[in-house]
Design a protein around this ligand. Structure first.
Ligand code: MEV
Length: 422
């Protein structure tokens, strides 16, 4: 990747944008053909899901300006929502002046749970199961020799006793290093394979044998410092911190604040063929404070120079091997565009995009509000709907926004005036 800063990117045609993306990402333009609306065949669709009757298209946008750990990255995003890609690019630009995003992550550790019911001595059962650690780990590892071969496999066995509605469940967790996979299949297979033996040792009956989406051992983190002048001055920074503090304290605001983060996160998760619901479920579970309250996923503070310092930590169970990421040609093109080489790198990139999205949202909210941007997009849609040509859309949108008139009848009148004046 040479640079993710492409001046005038948004004003190019789709073809020109592809050219620019291919050039910057070191790809051939043909590599991006998989992103064509027809690039995903009905046969492909039929192998991915059941009862297939079609394939559903959404825009693939590319967020510019992002720098992660000193590397420029162009970010493919799939979303139905206008303004998301522009906001991600804006947030990335705000962080760029002081070096962009710094990221880190834990190892790719997923966990599967085996629930035992009807255990007469749950506390002792817990210890009996832990005593059989080596046997259970070996049994689980034997389910996935390929994973063990590439350096993954079971890392730990944890056993918990969970009191629930008058019951005492013994819950064994297999902690598995899934390397570059999302890992659901690997850990589910392992949980099912060890369940009977766990039940035998624990002296109960195994019911649930499934991964936990509270992937709190598979975290990705991103951090950025945004220059106070780039943001528009001290007052803007202070107001962004006020916006964050409300999200930290008030679940009503936190839900919206976190939704803004997920605008970026889910768009990249989807573009790369990963499981949006798994990442979203992980984020929900991570948004609970130690006191049990729903809160902000990110933090915002001021540094000694009045710059804004933003951080985000999220469970990020995404993979590069297995699943749609490997089989969907569009997802493969999207991953190639990012240049990431490991699931950990992808997880960190997605977290950086979530934070860029969040910074951009708070910057707009601390300033003019979101509606101006939304309304000019709305005006553009109206302009196209009333038949404005490529050179008429710009002046027409300008007039509609200036008049705050977002009606078709007014758009038709103004378009007639523009044409009359030519
Ligand atoms: C809109 O999709 C997302 C925002 O509401 C996020 C936020 O309020 O922080 C703008």
């Amino acid at each position: 990747m040479t640079s993710s800063r492409i001046p005038g990117f948004r004003d190019l045609t789709v073809e020109q944008r592809r050219q620019a993306v291919a050039e910057q990402a070191g790809l051939a333009v043909a590599d991006l053909a998989a992103l064509d609306p027809g690039g995903f065949s009905l046969e492909d669709a039929a192998t991915m899901s059941e009862n297939v009757v079609g394939a559903f298209s959404l825009p693939v946008g590319v967020a510019a300006n992002l720098v992660v750990n000193g590397r420029d990255v162009l970010v493919p995003m799939v979303t139905e929502e206008a303004s998301v890609v522009a906001a991600a690019s804006n947030g990335a630009r705000m962080a760029r002046a002081l070096g962009g995003f710094r990221t880190s992550s834990t190892g790719p550790l997923m966990q599967a749970q085996v629930q035992l019911v009807d255990v007469v001595d749950p506390l002792a059962a817990r210890l009996r199961i832990l005593e059989a650690r080596d046997e259970l780990v070996a049994l689980a590892d034997a389910q996935d020799p390929r994973l063990v071969e590439v350096g993954g496999g079971v890392r730990d066995l944890v056993v918990r006793v969970v009191d629930a509605d008058g019951e005492r469940y013994v819950v064994a967790h297999l902690v598995v290093d899934v390397r570059d996979a999302m890992g659901a299949n690997a850990v589910n297979t392992m949980a099912e394979a060890v369940a009977d033996r766990v039940a035998e040792i624990g002296g109960g009956r195994a019911v649930l044998r499934i991964l936990t989406n509270k992937a709190d051992l598979r975290l990705a983190r991103a951090r950025a410092v945004c220059d106070v002048q780039t943001l528009g001055g001290r007052r803007v920074v202070e107001d962004m911190v006020h916006a964050y503090k409300l999200a930290a304290a008030d679940p009503y605001r936190a839900a919206t604040h976190n939704k803004g983060i997920m605008n970026g996160v889910s768009a990249v998760v989807l573009a790369t063929g990963n499981d949006t619901r798994a990442v979203e479920a992980g984020a929900h579970s991570h948004a609970i404070s130690p006191e049990g309250r729903y809160t902000s996923l990110s933090t915002f503070e001021k540094d000694a120079d009045d710059n804004l310092v933003a951080t985000l930590e999220l469970p990020m169970p995404v993979g590069l091997v297995g699943g749609a990421t490997a089989t969907h040609a569009g997802a493969r093109a999207a991953v190639a565009m990012t240049g990431v080489r490991s699931a950990a790198e992808l997880a960190e990139l997605i977290t950086a995009v979530g934070l860029a999205q969040n910074i951009a949202a708070l910057r707009v909210l601390a300033g003019e509000g979101v509606q101006r941007g939304h309304m000019s997009l709305h005006a553009k849609n109206i302009a196209v709907a009333v038949g404005a040509g490529p050179d008429e859309v710009g002046p027409l949108v300008e007039r509609l926004v200036a008049e705050k008139a977002f009606r078709h009848d007014r758009a038709e009148q103004v378009l007639a005036q523009i044409r009359g004046a030519r």
